[in-house]
Design a binder for this molecule. Structure first.
Ligand SMILES: Nc1ncnc2c1ncn2[C@@H]1O[C@H](COP(=O)(O)OP(=O)(O)OP(=O)(O)O)[C@@H](O)[C@H]1O
Ligand SMILES: [Mg+2]
Length: 413
């Protein structure tokens, strides 16, 4: 049984599969998993970890090559996280997000580099000694246990007394809004509720680091948004250092202190959501976060001319006579030919108008054939976004407009 398969839900699990889950789940793994013998060391560990609060994380030049593969799933991967910070790893399928998380948790051996938590080198340290907790995409709860028993479980394993673990488990269930469901078996709960139990179980052990691998992707859109906001509130209130993996950019933008955009086993850029959006370092990052237009321009590396408009360029921009300048839809203005009083801008024809409430997105196609060769023979399509009240009255598909870039810093590539 793999824990992060989308199919695993509350279906009964065999004892063998359960053992496997124990092994894979850092919240549930400690030597002598089911034994009643209480180790003092485990107790001290838990108390100590609670006192310390969130831990810093450094992953330095980490290399991961899976057995039988020659490809580096992590390729000199570097990540530096401050205590209490919430970092989201974002990237397309197969870029190495889960591998980064599993390596950090100690669920995967690494072939190079080192991993530090709270200033201590944990590179060779087994998963159950890293004081981390992980929540997976699938609910990975024990269906024959109630919500309360599931949350208590990690505490029992760590040798916390019955009375104390009941108290902590109830507090955690309350934190995720499930105090009244404590006695329910998890198989009687909805997906969103089960994932909240999994979250409570992870938090109950007061981990130094909380790792979330697409914890919301099996849920429907509305529950996803609610739970995402709840995770962020809890994370802020507990100050737990958290790494959250997703391939959903909206989710990333909504919860992260910083977002690391991954590509081919590396972080291509890591920055606060707004910085990443406004100052992407590469074309991959620019296209991964938000919409962007590729417009033909002439660049000297510091400034470009696009549709006659001079635009400042971001650091790392390419120079050349026919570069692509990446311009966000809201950084384009739209006017009617009769009302356009400058020679800057390019004629275009409206294709589709999308009303998005307070905003309007207008898909256009540039009418001059001049740019087609640059665009590999394809018509150049340009999307403009503007406040709904700035849309020229009566504008409709087929109308002629003029599209003008605003002089906002952009990336040329
Ligand atoms: N157990 C494994 N054995 C061999 N290769 C693996 C294994 N797990 C992952 N890989 C490979 O390592 C690379 C990174 O995989 P990983 O699961 O980290 O990607 P991901 O970014 O989490 O993708 P997704 O968004 O689909 O979950 C991929 O090329 C994948 O095929
Ligand atoms: Mg993954």
């Amino acid at each position: 049984m793999t824990l992060d398969s989308t199919t695993a839900t509350s279906a009964p699990v065999s004892p063998a599969a359960e053992e496997e889950a124990f092994k894979n789940d850092p919240t549930a793994t400690l030597e002598g998993v089911r034994g009643k013998d209480v180790t003092k060391a485990a107790k001290a560990l838990l108390k100590d970890s609670a006192k310390r609060g969130g831990g810093s994380i450094q992953m330095q030049d980490v290399v991961k090559i899976y057995p039988g593969s020659t490809k580096r799933a992590l390729d000199d991967f570097n990540l530096d996280i401050k205590p209490g910070e919430m970092v989201v790893l974002l990237g397309g399928s197969g870029c190495g997000k889960s591998t980064a998380l599993r390596s950090l948790a100690g669920l995967e051996d690494i072939q190079g580099g080192r991993i530090m938590v709270g200033g201590q080198d944990v590179t060779g340290v087994p998963v159950n000694k890293r004081e981390m907790a992980m929540v997976f995409q699938a609910y990975s709860l024990f269906p024959h246990m109630t919500a309360l028993e599931n949350v208590e479980f990690g505490l029992e394993v760590r040798g916390v007394s019955k009375e104390e673990r009941r108290k902590i488990a109830m507090e955690q269930l309350d934190l995720v809004g499930l105090a009244d469901q404590a006695k329910k078996y998890t198989q009687q709960m909805s997906g969103g509720q089960q994932q909240r139990v999994a979250l409570a179980r992870a938090l109950a052990v007061k981990p130094r680091v909380l790792l979330l691998d697409e914890p919301l992707s099996a849920l429907d859109a509305k529950v996803r948004v609610q739970l995402r906001d709840q995770i962020r509130r809890i994370q802020l209130s507990t100050g737990t250092t958290t790494v959250f993996v997703t391939h959903d950019q909206e989710e990333a933008l909504a919860v992260a202190d910083r977002i690391g955009v991954m590509n081919n086993g590396k972080i291509e850029q890591i920055a606060a959501p707004q910085d990443l959006y406004q100052r992407p370092a590469t074309e991959y990052v620019a296209t991964f976060i938000g919409l962007t237009n590729r417009l033909p321009g002439a660049s000297n590396g510091e400034e470009a001319v696009v549709f006659g408009q001079r635009m400042p360029l971001l650091a790392g921009s390419a120079a050349g006579d026919a570069v692509a300048v990446l311009v966000r839809p809201e950084n384009l203005a739209l006017s009617l030919p009769g009302q356009h009083d400058s020679n800057i801008g390019e004629h275009a024809r409206v294709e589709v108008i999308h009303f998005l409430g307070s905003l309007v997105r207008v898909d256009t196609v540039i009418t001059s054939g001049e740019f087609q060769r640059w665009n590999k023979g394809e018509q150049l399509k340009v999307t403009v976004q503007l406040p709904a009240n700035e849309l020229p009255a009566g504008l409709a598909a087929g109308d002629e407009v003029i599209v003008t870039p605003r002089p906002v810093a952009a990336l040329a590539c």
